[in-house]
Each structure stands twice: as structure tokens, then as C-alpha cells.
Design a protein around this ligand. Sequence first.
Ligand code: A2P
Length: 271
Amino acid sequence: MEHHVALRDGHRLPILGFGLYKVPASQAEDVVTEGLAFGYRLVDSAEFYANEAQAGRGLARSGVERDDITVTSKFWGEDSQAPEAVRAAFDASERALGRIDLYLIHWPRPSRNQYVDVWRTLIELRDAGRVRSIGVANFSADQITRLGEETGELPVLNQIELHPYLQQAELRDFHAEHGIVTQAWSPLGRGHLLSDPTIVAIAGAHGVSPAQVVIRWHLQLGTAAVPKSVNAERLRSNADIFSFDLTAAEMAAIGELERGQHFGTAPTDRQ
Ligand code: A2P
């Protein structure tokens, strides 16, 4: 199992990370320190999560070489999408985290029709050497196509809600066609997947947890994933997914679970 995926810009990304969405600020420092101790090397953060300063302290305290860690942050853009607002948000996240390796546009917010300009500002930040890689989250194929047409540059990655109940087959195909990495947010369907009878049965057959089955499914599908847990034992076991394989029949059985179900905000609901 390859533990990294290649980005189109020449860099590599750990296929598994852990997410900080809904991690209370009071716990974020410990979660980051523990996650790095358990072997994770990708931390998925965002301005909106309101815990970046604490996450930054965890990074510093961990003792892990900073160059070995990929830290993601994201531009929220609810108040303003002007270039100076993007730069100010980037500066604040960078101050909190020490350094940002991958910076994403958190939502396209299509009714504002400014995401191409936001993307141009991200390109400038990257060209100025402030951040290694740039991408998007929650973008549709059409929105990504427009970025390419108007700026000549596609994102290296699109982070989307993706789990066995929302498999995003069409968008994954589009990404594959254009060399864009698919990264799953809420890869466990916010925990709703973990009592699914198919998942539970497969977990039993392998002697692993339902969460390990779902995370392993992501990896065998070729999607990167950032599961979240505030519990040290769950965080540890969620990373322990490199020593078993799902069979083709098990992958197919999970494939059958598709039901188009969002547990988080659907992109069409955030204009
Ligand atoms: P907790 O943080 O208390 O562990 P997602 O990553 O899809 O958003 O899912 C996160 C949800 O799944 C959280 O509610 C988290 O709760 C729960 N969760 C994460 N890992 C596990 C696990 N191994 N077993 C059970 N629940 C888990």
C-alpha cells in the first residue's frame, strides 16, 4: 500500500490525515500531538474550525520534524472574497499554524461569483512561495473547469464529502481524468456508517472496527481521507489500516451502499 498520493504539482500528500472540524479548541492541541505520535503526517485544519492556534501549539509540541508534516488550511470567505481578505485570512492561519503546506478555497460560494478571483490570489500566494500546493474544497466539475479556463491552472486537489453513502463516482472520474486528487471529508459519514450491517459484517470478518473498514475502503478506492476523532484510542486505531486488505467482493458490497446521502452541508446549500 502506497501511503502517499502524488499531486500534479510534483509534491506528495499522505493518503491519510486527521481532521480538526468540530474538535473543540480546548482539545485541539492534544489531538494534534496525539495524532502525530500515532503516525499521522497530515493535519486537516481551517480558519472556520476556530482551533488553528491550538493546533499550531500541538504541531510545535509534537517533536515531529515540521518538514515531515503536511498542514492544510482553508479560506472561509463568508465576509469578503476580496484579494486583501484572502491574504489577511492566509496570514492569520499561517501565524496560527506556523506554516501552511496546502491551502484550499473552503467553498465556491457560487452566488458571489468570485471564486475565480480567489483562485488567482491563491496562485499568487503559491508563486510567492508562501504555500507549497493549492486546491479547492466542495467544488463541482463545472466550477473546476472554469478555474482552468480562466486562469490556466487547475487545483491539485478537491476535498469533498465522500463516504459509502455518498460515493461521488462522477466527480471522482472527473478528478482522475484531470489529475486532481480526491480527498474525503467526513469519510466516516460523521459516524453514521459505523452501524451499517454490511460494514459491521466486513469488520467482523477481518477482526477490525467498522471505522477501519470504511477508512480502508477509501484508500483502496484511491481517495485520500481525513477522519476526525477527539478520542485517542479511536484516533490511533483509525490510522491502523495498512495491515489488512478488503477483497474485491467486499469493495463491491460497500459500493452497493451508495444512496446519495449528505451528512454535512451540500455545496448547493451554501451559496
Ligand atoms: P469522536 O470524535 O468522539 O471519536 P467523520 O470523520 O466522518 O466526520 O466522522 C467523525 C465522527 O465519527 C465523530 O463523531 C467521531 O467521534 C466518530 N468516530 C471517529 N472514529 C471513530 C471510531 N473509530 N469509532 C467510532 N466512532 C468514531
